[in-house]
Design a protein. Structure first.
Length: 213
């Protein structure tokens, strides 16, 4: 997972955070989908699920615009680091929404784990803060009671993977707390367009790999 990194592109030419947080996860889901669907067809009717790790950071994406698909191969996207991170996390919520719609035999949820005391925010600090300020900020994040410990931070995704109360396609920011996503994260047309764009990109990459092999 990439979190608020400086400008850059993946080896395949996508904005670094979007390429890692969305394209990589979308490819994994696509590769697993045949097995997931086959499993869902078994007579014992197993509970087949996909849990997508998103973030409240999806609300940092460009307001009203959400995702500008023409800019997702630009390392700057003409917006700040945090806006780029928000776009990648918004893509996670939209992807989960569309995956649930297209495959109702699978239960899909997007989750925000909470603000957890890990080193994930170091790259954000590297981008904006002096070393002295970084150390103070990271020390605060490590000990403040307002942040979750890693074991508590895992609870939402664990709940989403087993609870019978999960509504497929929903976003949960806290255990069982759904419906708190931004307005653009509820945009079904944007979810559809992201899905179709992603499918086209994955197909293009697949053709390139065949040519290179």
């Amino acid at each position: 997972m990439q979190h608020a990194n400086p400008p850059g592109l993946t080896a395949d030419g996508y904005e670094l955070q979007f390429g890692t947080n969305h394209m990589g996860h979308a490819l994994l889901a696509k590769l697993l989908l045949p097995l997931l669907l086959k499993t869902a067809e078994l007579e014992e009717k197993p509970d087949v699920r996909v849990v997508v790790m998103s973030s409240e950071g999806h609300k940092f994406a460009l307001p009203k615009v959400g995702l500008d698909l023409d800019l997702l191969k630009s390392e700057t996207m003409n917006v700040s680091t945090v806006r780029r991170y928000g776009a990648s996390k918004l893509a996670n919520v939209l992807f989960a929404r569309e995956l649930a719609k297209r495959f109702p035999q699978i239960t899909v949820a997007a989750v925000h784990p909470g603000f957890v005391t890990t080193n994930l925010a170091h790259s954000m600090a590297d981008s904006y803060l002096s070393l002295a300020v970084q150390n103070k900020v990271m020390a605060f994040l490590s000990y403040t009671p307002f942040f979750e410990t890693p074991d508590r931070g895992a609870k939402n995704q664990l709940w989403a993977s087993v609870s019978k109360d999960v509504v497929s396609g929903e976003y949960y920011a806290g255990v069982g707390k759904g419906g708190t996503q931004s307005a653009v994260a509820k945009d079904d047309d944007m979810a559809r367009r992201l899905w179709e764009w992603t499918e086209a990109e994955l197909a293009r990459l697949s053709r390139q790999l065949r040519l290179l092999s």
